[in-house]
Design a protein around this ligand. Sequence first.
Ligand SMILES: *Cc1c(COP(=O)(O)O)cnc(C)c1O
Length: 459
Amino acid sequence: MEYISTRNIKKTFMFKDVFLKGLAPDGGLFVPKNFPKYNSAELENLRRFSYKDLATKIIYKFCNDEFSEQEVNNLVQTSYKNFRIKEVVKIKKLGKLNLLELFHGPTLAFKDIAMQIIGNMYEKILRKNNLKINIIVATSGDTGAAAISAIKNRKNMKIFVLHPDKKISEVQRKFMTTVNSKNVFNIALDGNFDDCQKLVKLMFNDKAFRNSANMSGVNSINWSRIVFQIVYYFFAYFQIAKKGEKINFSVPTGNFGDIYAGYVAKKMGLPINKLVIATNKNDILKRVIKTGLYKPTKAYHTVSPSMDIQVASNFERLIFDVCSRNSSRTSKLMGDLNKKGKFEIEKKELSKIKDHFISESLSEEETKLVINRIYKSKKILIDPHTAVGLGVLKKIPLKGNTITLATAHPSKFSEVVAKSTSLKPELPEKLKNILIKKESYAKLPNDLKTIQKYILKKI
Ligand SMILES: *Cc1c(COP(=O)(O)O)cnc(C)c1O
């Protein structure tokens, strides 16, 4: 498997580079030179596997120049040891609704599924190559917690996490700030998530800083995260669909990482009809699909904070594909975004997006009503992100069965769930101690130089 950048298709990279660098040197995102493909017989052959064995088969295809299949299997087995259910994920059927529960990992959101493997993979690659790195990551709440859980107490690695001060839930914050580990540093930034993400991108593009900090990234633009997330689309498909049957996935979306993994699954041959981009009030992707104009506006703070994003970084990967993998066209559009604050795609490019995707959004009020409705009719509590994924389905006509990704455990957003249902979801027993542990984090201004100085002092 070889990789290229969305902004230069001539130069190829190996999995190790892609994994450690995160962002391509030209500022583009890494993508496979060719997507691996399963024909229908090969696909059916995957149906019999357990989650962990399926994960091994799929992940191995993307990193076979770095690891043996046995090594991948060991990584997978170790990484999912601490999940609360053996099969890692679970389908819950509620009448016609299918919820794919992705929140049974250590920090109660789907991000654990990729991040736990990333932690172990880093350790393995760093040891093999005798390297040390510092991970710098921006979070809208869940990535940071998942990354810290995966990296804490490891050798040869430090992790710095920027979260937007006061714009994430209390439980989200505590998952990050109560981890008492010498290699973990939390920064509460005076700004929103887009500011955090922008600072991290600036640090990556600052060559001198990047080198002196030995910087590595685990944001959702990291290709490996996408790979590890592809697995549950296949696994869920086999639980619900008969051979060849086309189904839909509804995906609560922010940075376009999770749903892009679904798109890759489709490219690999999984029979998917539509991928539903479900957004909250931050509905830039819905507007793009309607008009072809990608124009970030102000980010709103909502009850589904992990999707309070205007610059959906992974969208560049889709843009690259729909302009026929033309890297100069992709570079031009991304240049427009930088210089003019927007870019516009052509009709034929837009129609290619519409072949695979459909998008709707939910207001704050609607999101709370969905939490309430599902509680009343199905007797279960869902988190506000999952509610967005379910709620949009009432607004769009879809053919065939649909699986909605349940991206977080309701107790991670207990305030809004309690407000909507009068019932407070409880944290799993083993995790309750985070509520009373001492927190530690630095409050810093939205200023690149200050953040860089802080990081250089700690490494
Ligand atoms: C991160 C996150 C999302 C959005 O996922 P993207 O890959 O950024 O689109 C949705 N729900 C929850 C709970 C999340 O943590």
